[in-house]
Design a protein around this ligand. Structure first.
Ligand SMILES: Nc1nc2c(ncn2[C@@H]2O[C@H](COP(=O)(O)OP(=O)(O)O)[C@@H](O)[C@H]2O)c(=O)[nH]1
Ligand SMILES: Nc1ncnc2c1ncn2[C@@H]1O[C@H](COP(=O)(O)OP(=O)(O)O)[C@@H](O)[C@H]1O
Length: 206
């Protein structure tokens, strides 16, 4: 196992309903994946089966706005009427321990993270088609018809932001998307290993 000074910040983003949550859960169920998942804060109400501190830290709007004022969030966004944000302390502490941190966030947040952490690895999860995206949102059954229309409109705007990302991964099949993400992270580590100062001792001439 290579000991790294600083971990890699991996950001998985993409339109709502593309399968970010599904792919993230499938990735974290695999034994060879040792990314640390950053649990987000949200003012959205818990869905059935969601657990505070596991799926999200569920907050009131007042609590969330205080976190914003106290600069406790690396990024935050208001998305379809609710706040979502990434706690900064966890991300910095974990990266400084040399561990890779994995964020699964929507597009506005990812763009903020890109500004704060340009050295991060930004992956855009793409639906095979817009029809399939709509199918997935409808099948999930968590949204009313109004919200589905709203999410489709936002989704089209989000897909236009794909050029801001380092890689695009099509989520045609969950297991294939996971393999692509793992391959990208592995390649990115190898690319960064080139940096010579990491091998100063090895290169020193006696
Ligand atoms: N900016 C930002 N977006 C987040 C964060 N956590 C989750 N999201 C995104 O917020 C959106 C809505 O999430 P959610 O309500 O759980 O619904 P779903 O992911 O569409 O099932 C998704 O695109 C999530 O990826 C966060 O900390 N920051
Ligand atoms: N590769 C895939 N093929 C078919 N259905 C998928 C795939 N990935 C995700 N889904 C389904 O699409 C719906 C939306 O997935 P979800 O993970 O909630 O999306 P997001 O987190 O991006 O909003 C869910 O019903 C999920 O089971």
């Amino acid at each position: 196992m290579i000991k790294r000074e600083k971990g890699l910040l991996i950001v998985l983003s993409g339109p709502s309903g593309v399968g970010k949550g599904t792919v993230r859960k499938a990735l974290f169920a695999q034994e060879d994946v040792d990314f640390q998942y950053s649990i987000s804060m949200t003012t959205r109400k818990p869905r059935e089966g969601e657990v505070d501190g596991v799926d999200y830290f569920f907050k009131t709007r007042e609590e969330f706005e205080q976190l914003i004022r106290e600069n406790k969030l690396l990024e935050w966004a208001e998305y379809v009427g609710n706040y979502y944000g990434t706690p900064i302390d966890y991300v910095e502490k974990t990266l400084n321990e040399g561990k890779d941190v994995f964020l699964e966030i929507e597009v506005q947040g990812a763009i903020q993270v890109r500004k704060a952490f340009p050295e991060g690895l930004f992956i855009f999860l793409m639906p095979p088609s817009l029809d399939e995206l709509k199918n997935r949102i409808v099948t999930r059954g968590t949204e009313s018809e109004d919200l589905i229309q709203n999410r489709m409109k936002v989704a089209k705007e989000e897909i236009e932001m794909m050029h801001e990302y380092d890689y695009i991964v099509v989520n045609d099949q969950v297991n294939l998307a996971c393999e692509r993400i793992k391959a990208i992270v592995m390649a990115e580590h190898c690319r960064r290993e080139r940096v010579e100062h990491q091998y100063k001792k090895m290169l020193e001439v006696e």
